[in-house]
Design a protein around this ligand. Sequence first.
Ligand SMILES: C[S@@+](CC[C@H](N)C(=O)[O-])C[C@H]1O[C@@H](n2cnc3c(N)ncnc32)[C@H](O)[C@@H]1O
Length: 332
Amino acid sequence: MHLPVMPEEVLRLLNVSRGGLYVDCTLGLGGHTEAILSASEGTRVIGIDQDDDALGLAHERLDRFGDRVLLVKSNFSEIKEVLTEEPDGVLADLGVSSLQLDSDTRGFSFRFDAPLDMRMDPASGGRTAAELLEELDETEIANIIYQYGEERHSRRIARRIVEKRKAGEPVTTTTELAELVKRSVRFNPKDKIHPATRTFQALRIAVNDELGSLERLLEALPGCVKPGGRVGLISFHSLEDRLVKQAFKNGAVWNAVTRKPLQASEVEVQENPRARSAKLRVALRVGDPSETTQDGANRSETGTHSSRRWSKRPRRRPADRDPRLSGEEQGW
Ligand SMILES: C[S@@+](CC[C@H](N)C(=O)[O-])C[C@H]1O[C@@H](n2cnc3c(N)ncnc32)[C@H](O)[C@@H]1O
């Protein structure tokens, strides 16, 4: 069962209780979408996923909401092509779902012996993880494992992969790769995760071009969301979080709702270990910059967030403040 990460925080910070149209860019098993649709009668959701299996299961789960929900198979980087009206909010809960990780045939996990595929959308015709290991040179493989997996032993792992390839024994299954990594890295008793975890994560990110898709989504969002609308991104990797943080710095487009990323509570992490490394950032779409008056105030609804207005707001005692949220979220 895939539990949605930080559902209460997502609903609150995306202002979902006020109804409106939302886009869930990463539908998965529909956990966040279900929470959004249940939050208020008038809410509608467009749920996007590139994984047919996820879309099928989410369809069953969300059927009772009728025409308040529309499911679309697409890469979220194509969000503009999917939309016919500007949404009030957009959510993306990045990365892989437990449906994918728990599959014994799709190659996301070394818990099952399976072909090294790892494509979220096998119909895309993109390269599988096995094909990447077959076609890339040693340095390219090492760079992927180092950058996306933060694996210190990336060079040694890449060397062994290429050695096997040259010997006519390319790595083609999850078990072969996990064994190779285990033999390549020094055992560290402090390591709480399997030594192959970082390498598998890195390959998955590369196979699905996860950072490229996120970059394209972040570029598209300003042209999609209503002025005054909100976007929330949940990332699980420092490279993803850095891209989101950087995009939200563009003050002509975004007003950060979360000054610092929100993290799941200890209670949630105990129930849902996947939430441990999750970081939620939310931003509000400011009005069209061309509508901005000379004094910096904005004529649209979001004009109330101009810097002049900020400086006039009364300050609260530090003890009342949540340093992760912007002043507006705290009502000052
Ligand atoms: C972490 S899960 C989402 C779980 C969901 N929030 C829930 O509560 O059930 C991520 C989902 O996003 C999908 N996904 C990842 N990258 C995508 C992309 N670029 N375009 C479309 N879907 C994507 C995956 O296939 C996966 O089903």
